[in-house]
Design a binder for this molecule. Structure first.
Ligand code: AR6
Length: 175
């Protein structure tokens, strides 16, 4: 079943042994707090070196680097929208983050990928709404693409875990 390829897990994304982890970065790609800070700390300074050569990333797009000291082979850096109340195209921008990250994953032969809850920390996107968008985009993509075998949705707290679990369950029951 399509939805068997998506799993909601609780934990720290830097520890996951998958082909690629996704970073919720900012336009500079030069690091920050939250999951971005955790990824840079765990990957080591070589990650920042490679990020410098990328010259930033527009919101909604994605760029790939090596994972260095991480168990993951690659880091896919994407930049989520800052929440401005929901009428400034935030939903579509967030959807593009998932779509573009998955496209880049496929182009690099990735078959397992882990996403954090993009935009729902410092960028303030409501987690319930973000979870629905993430699940819709991922499952839409997987339907058309068989090379990605496993997508992990990594939740750092109980609230996120509940939001993503119910979004996935809803998708499954609504087909
Ligand atoms: N593993 C998994 N999820 C995590 C981890 C972790 N180690 N650490 C935090 N989270 P945020 P954003 C969760 O703020 O909202 C950075 O400074 C966290 O609980 O990391 O997209 C960037 O440089 C939340 O649910 O990302 C940007 O400036 C989710 O990751 C800005 O923050 C995203 O929270 C991006 O903001």
């Amino acid at each position: 079943m399509l939805s068997d390829r998506v799993v909601v897990v609780k934990g720290d994304i830097v520890e996951l042994d998958v082909d690629a982890i996704v970073n919720a970065a900012n336009n500079s790609l030069l690091g920050g707090g939250g999951v971005d800070g955790a990824i840079h700390t765990a990957a080591g300074p070589e990650l920042l070196e490679e990020c410098r050569s990328l010259k930033g990333c527009p919101t909604g797009e994605a760029k790939i680097t090596s994972g260095y000291r991480l168990p993951a082979k690659y880091v896919i850096h994407t930049v989520g929208p800052i929440w401005r109340g929901g009428t400034s195209g935030e939903d579509e921008m967030l959807a593009r983050c998932y779509r573009n990250s998955l496209k880049l994953a496929v182009r690099n032969g990735v078959s397992s990928i882990a996403f954090p809850s993009i935009s729902t920390g410092a960028y303030g996107f409501p987690v319930n709404r973000a979870a629905g968008i993430a699940v819709d985009e991922i499952l839409d993509f997987l339907e058309k693409n068989s090379s990605i075998e496993k997508v992990l949705l990594v939740c750092f707290n109980e609230r996120a875990f509940e939001s993503y679990s119910s979004a996935l369950e809803e998708w499954t029951t609504e087909g």
